[in-house]
Ligand binder design. Structure first.
Ligand SMILES: NC(=O)c1ccc[n+]([C@@H]2O[C@H](COP(=O)([O-])OP(=O)(O)OC[C@H]3O[C@@H](n4cnc5c(N)ncnc54)[C@H](O)[C@@H]3O)[C@@H](O)[C@H]2O)c1
Ligand SMILES: [Zn+2]
Ligand SMILES: [Zn+2]
Length: 390
């Protein structure tokens, strides 16, 4: 089968690799119809997280079951399914609690696993014609319709992007009436903003420096804030003041909920061209209101081969701990417990209430992957979210 293979820093190639096969009776093999490229892939593509050349990338698949193992009961050949990024067994104590990203059985010696990701288990990626899905009864989320129909792009975003954006809104405790700031207008930040608006947030600000991404934030109903035009924390406070702060809130003027949808490769606002993994967290600490909530959904890695000047190879960070304490804010992190949200969000899509596909900017075949990766990595050519159709 053909697959997108990592061949070294800032290089992927489409290569022939052995077909995905059934290895356990509980597996299925899925024929992939759509497979999205994610900002998470870029951390590896940039040569930061120790991915080995030869790794098949991809963790956001939608497809059709091609073969099912003898013990699989819930899906069969021909079923259309979306496969959550973080695979899980479905029955261990963490899975039983709905904490599927902390599954204790999918990565011996560790917890949690993902397809096509360095350090997250020996599972080949989904930017390929075929994908082996272990514990298929747990991991296949059935969806209606036919490959290539009007919902193809909405459904593929259920594998990771939409659920992760939603998880960010849960980490930051967003509810009806919340005031929200999201740093990062990539797919995850945009869908965190979209999820906030679906939940009824009163005001949503989205911070970035890439014009087409900021435009997309505006299109979704958020207020775009371009950090090239000055300190985004001051700018959001000023916008809130100008808009008229709610009665009684004059002494605050920040936001109740603030999200990091950037991660450790955040741009340093004072040194253009350089990274600063603590930049966004420092901004959130300044912006969040007393007793507010911070959600960190951007990846912070325990292994960074080329840390930025303020960073460390093991991912340690200097963060304003005392500010968090003084303000009494909650700070929550982590990988998405996909399975908590996939069915809920699938049904929001099927009812027509949610259309996350508005963030999809590009399509291509597997052969287009090298070009799409290059543009996406530079946040150029209008690439926000690219979906490959193998
Ligand atoms: N926790 C999870 O389960 C999970 C799942 C998927 C993705 N992620 C992570 O979420 C993050 C975002 O993913 P994406 O696909 O949207 O990536 P992306 O790279 O497309 O988006 C990141 C955006 O952040 C912006 N940015 C950089 N520095 C900034 C700063 N200082 N202030 C504001 N914006 C800044 C960039 O311009 C870019 O638009 C990545 O770290 C990704 O690995 C986490
Ligand atoms: Zn992803
Ligand atoms: Zn488990």
């Amino acid at each position: 089968m053909r697959a997108v293979v990592f061949t070294g820093t800032r290089s992927v190639m489409v290569q022939d690799v052995p077909d995905a096969e059934l290895e356990e009776p509980t597996d299925v093999v899925v024929r992939v119809t759509s497979s999205a490229i994610c900002g998470t892939d870029l951390h590896m593509y940039d040569g930061r997280t120790g991915a080995e050349p030869g790794l098949v990338f991809g963790h956001e698949p939608l497809g059709v079951v091609e073969r099912a193992g003898s013990a699989v009961e819930m899906v069969e050949r021909g079923d259309r399914v979306v496969i959550p990024t973080h695979l899980y067994c479905g029955v261990c104590v963490n899975c039983a609690r709905g904490l599927s990203a902390a599954c204790l059985r999918v990565r011996p010696g560790g917890f949690g696993a993902a397809y096509g990701y360095a350090g997250m288990g020996a599972y080949r990626g989904a930017q390929a014609e075929l994908l082996r899905v272990p514990y298929a009864d747990a991991n296949c989320v059935p969806v209606p319709g036919e490959p290539g129909d009007d919902l193809e792009d909405d459904l593929v975003l259920l594998a990771d992007a939409f659920v992760t954006g939603w998880h960010a809104t849960e980490l930051a405790e967003i509810r009806a009436g919340s005031t929200v700031a999201v740093f990062g207008a990539g797919t995850i930040g945009l869908l965190a903003a979209y999820g906030s608006l679906l939940k009824g947030a009163a005001e949503v600000y989205v911070v970035d420096a890439v014009p087409d991404r900021l435009d997309k934030a505006g299109e979704l109903g958020a207020v775009p804030v371009d950090y090239r035009q000055g300190d985004p924390v001051e700018r959001i406070r000023e916008l809130r003041r100008k808009g008229g702060l709610p009665i009684g809130e004059e002494a605050m003027g920040g936001v109740e909920a603030a999200i990091d949808a950037v991660g450790f490769q955040a741009c340093d606002r004072s040194v253009p061209g350089e990274e600063n993994p603590a930049q966004v967290i420092a901004d959130l600490a300044r912006l969040v209101n007393p007793a507010g909530h911070i959600g960190i959904i951007g990846v912070h890695t325990e292994k960074d081969l080329h840390p930025a000047p303020q960073g460390y190879a093991d991912g340690r960070l200097t963060v304003p701990w005392a500010t968090f304490f003084a303000k009494g804010v909650s700070v929550r992190f982590g990988r998405t417990h996909d399975r908590r949200y996939t069915v809920l969000l699938r049904d929001l899509v099927l009812s027509g209430r949610a259309r996350p596909s508005t963030v999809v900017s590009h399509h291509g075949g597997l052969d287009d992957a090298p070009v799409l990766y290059r543009s996406f990595d530079r946040r150029a050519d209008g690439v926000i979210k690219a979906v490959l159709r193998p």
